[in-house]
Ligand binder design. Structure first.
Ligand code: SF4
Length: 124
């Protein structure tokens, strides 16, 4: 489960310091320094997920933008979907039942589809 953004940000190594010099630079020297700075940060995963979901510039979660973009569009979309699903539940917890209903419906549809496939005559 992802923590609300403000909660993990306050736990980051860079919390309360001016990050611009390291974190938002695209120069390779600064990127290297920023990545080194992130080493050992307790919220590295949340930070990286956030940066992927927002296509952030610079070093976030110990990765450069180029490294995050190298994940490709499919993985990026999955991460964005999960990020926004958690964000929605953060602000509208009642939507949890909606997701649960959708998941149940998809499961039922999958089962129905599998059952109807098994009703088809087997080819010899
Ligand atoms: S991983 Fe790096 S950019 Fe992210 S919160 Fe930690 S120190 Fe800051």
């Amino acid at each position: 489960m992802l923590e609300p953004v403000q909660m993990w940000r306050n736990k980051g190594k860079c919390a309360g310091i001016l990050r611009d010099e390291y974190m938002f630079s695209e120069s390779s020297a600064k990127t290297k320094e920023g990545k080194k700075f992130c080493t050992g940060c307790p919220v590295m995963d949340q930070c990286r997920t956030y940066a992927i979901a927002h296509d952030e510039v610079g070093v976030w979660g110990g990765t450069s933008r180029a490294e995050r973009r190298a994940l490709g569009p499919d993985i990026t979309k999955i991460i964005q979907f999960e990020f926004y699903r958690h964000r929605l539940l953060e602000y509208r917890p009642g939507f949890g039942s909606l997701f649960h209903e959708l998941e149940e419906k998809l499961r039922l549809d999958e089962n129905r589809s599998a059952d109807s496939d098994s009703d088809l005559p087997k080819s010899a």
